[in-house]
Design a protein around this ligand. Sequence first.
Ligand SMILES: [Zn+2]
Length: 134
Amino acid sequence: MSAAPCPCQTRSAAHPTTPYAACCAHYHAGPLHLQAPTAEALMRSRYAAYVLDRVDYLLATWHPSTRPAAIDANPPGLKWLGLEVRRHTVMDADHASVEFVARSKLGGRAQRLHELSRFVREDGRWFYVDGDSP
Ligand SMILES: [Zn+2]
């Protein structure tokens, strides 16, 4: 797993694919647990958590005011296909939004989630608050 490309698909010219171990794994566990430095990094790490079924991380990064009691695990047959971050808008030091498209396939049918997500930073930690269709 550690050498596999990160599901969040962060890329740079120098690193066409970033290994999971050098990417969202830092925020899912270890010394940088829950320390994603930007709303976009948090959003990407949450997408990776959906792909990897890390429900604990999804709940921990959900703002307490909107956090559900539980998150359904991925339904059988669901396959995440990719993430495209369209826009990362920083309102101020503690508020930001990220527009993204996440693609998946369930039972052979393509699905597309297009969301504008809101994030807030409290005590130095970014949280997902909510989102809607842009
Ligand atoms: Zn990643």
